[in-house]
Design a protein around this ligand. Structure first.
Ligand code: NAD
Length: 361
């Protein structure tokens, strides 16, 4: 029998509400597939600052390092905004990403037919869109050295960032890209700016070389400026996109907004080994609606589906969760963020329960 241990970190704001619903789905799906789970819940972010004075205790970090996967809600909120940067809630996220070595960020953007009107794009353009952006998370422009702002003798200033990638860094994210593409339509698009940036000339060369190990996956390349245009012109042409940190940051937000609903979007961040993985919604702690019971739990529930797919190799369990979400949306249940005329508006827990019933159906 499969057995997994999961660190559950609800965090702040709506975090506890949405994670509560997602945990029910996690247990139910595992149970039906004969998989045992050890769930260990802990405080993180602002909740941890209030209780212990730090956003991430060493013992919680240890817990995540010992676990097979981490399920995170969200961290942060106005209450902690005045604190020094070194102990802000968001530090917990950065520390987790660093210590777990999470270098690959997977962000799907899928259009649900029943939510097609939430998008700002025309239905005929986005109908059927199902894209996965795989973004390198620990290298490139955001981390490259040298960086900084210096004063020049003439009194002006000079700002510098460095886009740098080594062959091993490109190889490992490329492999994630090919592996993910294998679980989807076996098509991988690598995005770069190889006509201008030497760093991404190397990127293209290395991705192409790694591609020889995956003859079953069809690899293509596109420049980032073109990709950003194509995403709004004809997004259906895309399936899996792999790209470096800065391009991925921008393109994954652009792809996400095709769907028009932030409460629906899950994510996974993966490290070098199977037991290094964190799953979380892409949205934040939504302090404006925290405690009102109206948050949309679907992004977190779909993050659980990703956990089954990418950490536990339980694709059937993942599909069942995705189908249950789709069915509940099809019958017209909506949380307030995705409300529509004629649809039935439900609370966070009612949405969670409806998905659970559909799953257990
Ligand atoms: P946000 O994503 O929390 O909220 C943006 C808007 O979307 C708000 O109006 C909110 O009510 C709505 N929203 C978000 N998720 C929703 C859901 N599941 N259901 C219904 N409505 C939802 O972004 P923000 O307001 O810019 O940030 C709030 C706090 O969250 C800040 O402290 C920020 O630093 C933090 N944050 C955390 C993470 C994270 O933990 N990964 C990510 C982004 C922001």
């Amino acid at each position: 029998m499969k057995r997994f241990s999961i660190a559950v970190l609800p965090g702040d704001g709506i975090g506890p509400e949405i994670v509560h619903e997602a945990t029910k789905i996690l247990k139910s799906a595992a149970g039906r597939h004969g998989c045992e789970l050890d769930l260990h819940e802990a405080l993180v972010g602002g909740a941890s600052i209030d209780a212990y004075g730090v956003p991430l205790k060493d013992s919680v970090l240890e817990l995540t390092l010992k676990s097979d996967a981490v399920l995170l809600g969200a961290v942060g909120g106005p209450k902690w905004e005045g604190l020094d940067y070194s102990i802000r809630p968001e530090r917990a996220l950065l520390a987790l990403r660093k210590e777990l070595g999470l270098f690959a960020n997977l962000r799907p953007a899928k259009i649900y037919r029943s939510l097609i009107d939430s998008s700002t794009l025309k239905p005929e353009v986005i109908d059927g869109v199902d894209i996965m952006v795989i973004r390198e998370l620990t290298g490139g422009l955001y981390f490259g050295m040298p960086k900084g702002i210096e004063k020049l003798p003439d009194g002006t200033e000079r700002g510098v960032n460095t886009m740098v990638y080594t062959t091993p860094e490109i190889e490992r994210i490329a492999r994630v890209g090919f592996e993910v593409a294998r679980k989807r339509k076996k098509r991988l698009l690598s995005v770069d700016k190889a006509n201008v940036l030497e760093t991404t000339e190397l990127w293209r060369k290395v991705v192409t070389r790694v591609g020889k190990d995956y003859p079953d996956v069809h690899l293509t390349h596109m420049y980032v400026d073109n990709c950003s245009m194509q995403l709004v012109r004809n997004p259906r042409q895309f399936d899996c996109i792999v790209t470096e940190n800065t391009f991925g940051d921008i393109l994954s937000d652009e792809a996400a907004m095709l769907t028009g609903s932030i409460g629906m979007l899950p994510s996974a961040s993966l490290g070098a080994t199977r037991n290094r993985a964190m799953y979380e919604p892409i949205h934040g702690s939504a302090p404006d609606i925290a405690g009102k019971g109206i948050a949309n739990p679907i992004a977190t529930i779909l993050s659980v589906a990703m956990m089954f797919k990418y950490s536990f190799d339980m694709e059937e369990a993942a599909s069942e969760i995705e189908n249950a979400v789709e069915k509940v949306l099809d019958v017209g249940l909506r949380t307030s963020d995705i409300a529509a005329p004629g649809a039935k508006e439900v609370s966070c827990s009612e949405m969670g329960e409806a998905i659970l019933r559909e799953l257990d159906g």
